[in-house]
Design a protein around this ligand. Structure first.
Ligand SMILES: Cc1cc2nc3c(=O)[nH]c(=O)nc-3n(C[C@H](O)[C@H](O)[C@H](O)COP(=O)(O)OP(=O)(O)OC[C@H]3O[C@@H](n4cnc5c(N)ncnc54)[C@H](O)[C@@H]3O)c2cc1C
Length: 346
């Protein structure tokens, strides 16, 4: 029997498995897909925010640790390659304005041009967040899993959890397509599938699945230098010569989505000089787990047999929540940083 079974090898489950395994816990990580990051993680823009943006509920209490935890992870796992480029963002409308938060600066034309020399006629001012970063989310998930395995974790792909195994009112593991996996604690990190897996617990989780579309674009290396977040598109270089481009989501036909991706590419070309050769590699819509009140992290049963970990902006938060969850599970003591993330009623 594993001490802990983690369900879901997205960025959250992989981080939890890694942080538990490196502290000596016997962990099994179960993933329904053929490999890690086959859920929404693989289609993420993966902007690591350090300030600004929306930090709902308990996410606010985690913000101060994001940067240090990424720096720590880079030290522990050299394969985790963070692009510390900073970000440039603009409010939805110039009239609306945008107030800089901590570590953010309002900058004008010459500073914008120094940071993004290929950007044509930028609106001014912009908000510059030098401490923001981006990561390749699939590579990071693979790195966490490789390291978890090196610390003794067992990782099984093509293993869908069909239900919790309940005996005598207590969850004793999970049933999967390949059999029973017994565990003292089950950590549900299955993203948008967590509410379904929690049905027998009657837990009130309020987690929506919100669609978002990401395109991949070939580009001359260095065309986009920071993370550029404008009202009409968001773009960043994920690796030399490849951009991630957030496409405004449209409901409707495949043709409408294809048009939206082409439109976003066109906006990009109009915005950046030297982008004539940019072309779409592909685009996909994925469903982000979106809890109504911010991250949901903690025990979902009073006997502590089931623990849930679901949040939006999980790329930003994964190193921090992985560390804190491992702390709670290893010591048995609740960590104060997660106090405002608890499932309702717990
Ligand atoms: C276009 C877009 C842009 C985004 N931009 C950002 C951003 O800039 N910054 C940021 O921080 N976040 C961003 N996000 C959100 C971020 O990607 C998600 O918060 C994060 O990937 C969620 O990770 P997860 O591990 O919880 O979920 P997932 O990646 O979905 O992982 C859950 C895993 O569980 C597996 N699973 C599900 N059910 C079962 C089962 N029954 N049995 C076994 N396995 C199961 C799934 O296959 C999946 O691999 C963005 C998302 C999108 C789509």
């Amino acid at each position: 029997m594993s001490a802990v079974v983690v369900v879901g090898a997205g960025i959250v489950g992989s981080s939890v498995a890694y942080h538990l395994a490196r502290r000596g816990v016997t962990v099994t990580l179960l993933e329904q897909g053929p490999g890690p990051a086959t859920g929404v993680t693989g289609d993420s823009f993966a902007w690591i925010r350090s300030s600004g943006g929306h930090w709902p509920g308990g996410a606010q209490d985690l913000r101060e640790y994001v940067r240090a935890d990424y720096r720590r992870l880079e030290g522990e796992l050299p394969e985790v390659s963070v692009r510390w480029t900073g970000s440039l963002s603009w409010a939805d409308s110039p009239a609306q304005g945008q107030r800089p938060g901590p570590g953010q600066f309002r900058i004008g034309r010459s500073d914008i041009a120094a940071l993004e020399p290929n950007l044509r006629d930028p609106l001014t001012p912009a908000i510059h967040t030098p401490s923001d970063a981006g990561v390749e989310p699939t590579a990071m998930t693979h790195a966490l899993i490789t390291a978890a395995k090196a610390h003794g974790a067992i990782v099984l792909h093509n293993t869908a959890v069909t239900s919790l195994q309940v005996a005598g009112g207590r969850v004793e593991g999970v049933l999967t397509s390949t059999g029973l996996h017994a565990a003292a604690t089950v950590v549900l990190a299955a993203g948008t599938n967590v509410p379904t897996l929690c049905v027998p617990l009657a837990a009130d989780l309020a987690i929506a699945a919100s669609p978002a579309t990401l395109a991949r674009v070939t580009a001359p290396p260095g065309l986009v230098k920071t993370i550029v977040a404008r009202p009409d598109f968001e773009v960043r270089e994920v690796r030399d010569g490849e951009l991630l481009l957030v496409v405004p989501h449209v409901e409707g036909s495949a043709a409408a989505l294809a048009q939206a991706a082409q439109d976003a590419l066109q906006q990009l070309k109009e915005a950046f000089q030297g982008s004539d050769q940019c072309s779409l590699l592909g685009y996909r819509t994925a469903r982000r787990p979106m809890p109504a009140h911010g991250p949901v992290i903690g025990y979902a049963t009073h006997d502590r047999s089931v623990y849930v970990a679901v949040m939006h902006s999980a790329i930003t938060l994964a190193p921090t929540v992985g560390r804190l969850i491992a702390d709670e599970l290893v010591t048995g003591r609740p960590v104060p940083e997660l106090k405002r993330c608890r499932p309702r009623g717990h």
